[in-house]
Design a protein around this ligand. Sequence first.
Ligand SMILES: [Zn+2]
Length: 465
Amino acid sequence: MNISSAPSHLARRDWLKSISLGGVASLLTPAATMAASTATNRVRGIVFLVSDGMSPGVLTMAEAFSQQTRQRHSRWWQLLQNPQSCHGLMDTASANSLVTDSAAASSAWGSGHRVNNGSLNLSPEGKTLTPIAALLREKNYRCGLVTTATITHATPAGFAAQAPLRDEEESIAPQYLDRVDVLLGGGREFFDADKRSDGKDLVTDFTKAGYQHVRDRKALRESKSPRLLGLFSTGHIPFSMDRKNHPTIPALDEMAEAALTRFLSQEKPFLLQIEGARIDHAAHLNDIAALLHEQLEFDSALEKVLALTAKHPDVLVVVTSDHGNSNPGLNGMGPAYQDSSECFARIARAHESFSSLLNRWKQNPQQNLTAMIQEKLGFPLTKNESTALRTILAEKPVVEWNHLLAKPEGLLGQFGGNHFGVGWTGTTHTSDPTIVTALGPQSQRFSGLIRNTDVFRHFSELLLG
Ligand SMILES: [Zn+2]
């Protein structure tokens, strides 16, 4: 990837014609750029979009998938071509591993310290770290969290909560009260009295503090409340490709719009995190169709954010990921790789996520699994593949060459790869740097190679002074 330079396909004359102050600034040395822009480019608000678990190769495949299924470029791809935006790579390690989990990654962004995997804003020495949402609250600034996971999941939590273990979502939920103004996502189970183990009614606590509680798309659209608690599913929001049966759940771009318009309409500084959380989950499952559908849903949210902020020169937009996951990539297929494009085109014919299909089969294992896969995922299994899949679903050992892939999803991902052309390194996060793209005032801070902890430094310098 060509970082921090003009896109080669643009004629230089056109490029020069199109550049604005931000574009000119990107031609200067970093120090000169910083000095020039600090004086002029005040940041009133930051929108931070996270495609969770997006390996770098996903961006290329999402662009091809967008062309196939939407007949247009992905918005992130276009942003990479925009000479006014800045581009970089992020070093994502945690305190105790070259490979971070989402809790440590979001803590690095949220408090500026690398912590051990699994913990939220707790230093390896046991010191409690203050998340950025608490610092914003001290100044009476505003903060929002939007996600397709439970709202108490690791990535949103890293900005606003502290917990020794990320799974303590019941203890994370009350920490948002009065600290985060807009909360939109899944995870009703951690707020409702009848679902929490302590029986506490957090929804009432939030409504007493001035939040409007909404549970579906219609209520979200109609709400005018500046403070909002939107919980649209018990746990995570279902994969977008499985959401046809859930018409009342808003899409990520609708949640992003609801949150962002609340912040843009006021003069107060704000920080809004928007997470496409389930890109990561689809990568863990080696499910390329689910992953690309999630990535395009994230891309639509990015499109919405760019449209809404176009007339707000004091808003910085940053798009990135917290870590790679399983590093999917389209392989060269067939002689001279001539089959790759046709293999990739088959992905659009899949109509159900792996997890939904396997869950349906588990409810009635008498069903013909091979036929279900052919019907919903669009590819046949060989006799050997079918036998191996049934063996591992029966929790019996199979011949394994890679321990990480020795699970039903890993095997199905490998078999799917024979038809879709997409291979996977495993079923877990990876150490690769993530891509960062920034647009707006001070966007040059995100050029080149940055460290995940730099995000906190930049955000606190820009918003808190
Ligand atoms: Zn993950």
